[in-house]
Design a binder for this molecule. Sequence first.
Ligand code: TMP
Length: 211
Amino acid sequence: MPGRFVTFEGGEGGGKSTNLRMLATALEAAGETVIVTREPGGSEGAEQVRRLLVEGATDRWDAVSEALLHYAARRDHVERLISPALDRGDWVVCDRFADSTMAYQGYGHGLGREPIETLHGLAIGGLKPDLTLILDLPVETGLTRAGSRGGDETRYERMADGFHQRLRDGFLDIAAREPGRCVVIDATQEIDAVQQEVRRAVTDRLGVGLP
Ligand code: TMP
């Protein structure tokens, strides 16, 4: 596909959304057309599914139903927004994508890698990001930061510490398996230092000139 697909990943409270917006602004200043989007969500149907996933009791879904819902939302998002944008040659910068299902449902809930890979192939085929930035930080720090945001979308934040530790380790394992696609960034740094590393990764890996 002619466009560029960049995803931000990591546990709770790593500053993904802020860094993603800063990167999008820099790319636009460099003359690129950028679609900023998120998961779960990003299309009308997927945003409706999002509410089923991020609100309510922690045990309202079992792990399999949860993975299926994330992939139902993702397929709609890919079909309606991501693939058309990449076909046009735009940049797509997405707050979370398939690595979140692998980390949260595969590692966190213990479904394992293979069922998630199978589901991925069924739902969206071979689509993968060109670059994935994993904002990594200790679970406690991230949950404290996320907790100060408030709001209704706290279903995952309320899950047990062990779950969050497993998904953090999961993201690091994903990065170790795919070093050509993934870059791990220490998200305990000041925001400007994190953003510096984000831009360096985009410049080095995707060959676009950014300040
Ligand atoms: P957000 O808070 O980053 O918008 O993401 C919503 C929550 O959904 C977050 O706690 C991570 C979780 N999630 C999954 O468990 N699996 C997924 O595939 C995605 C995209 C998100």
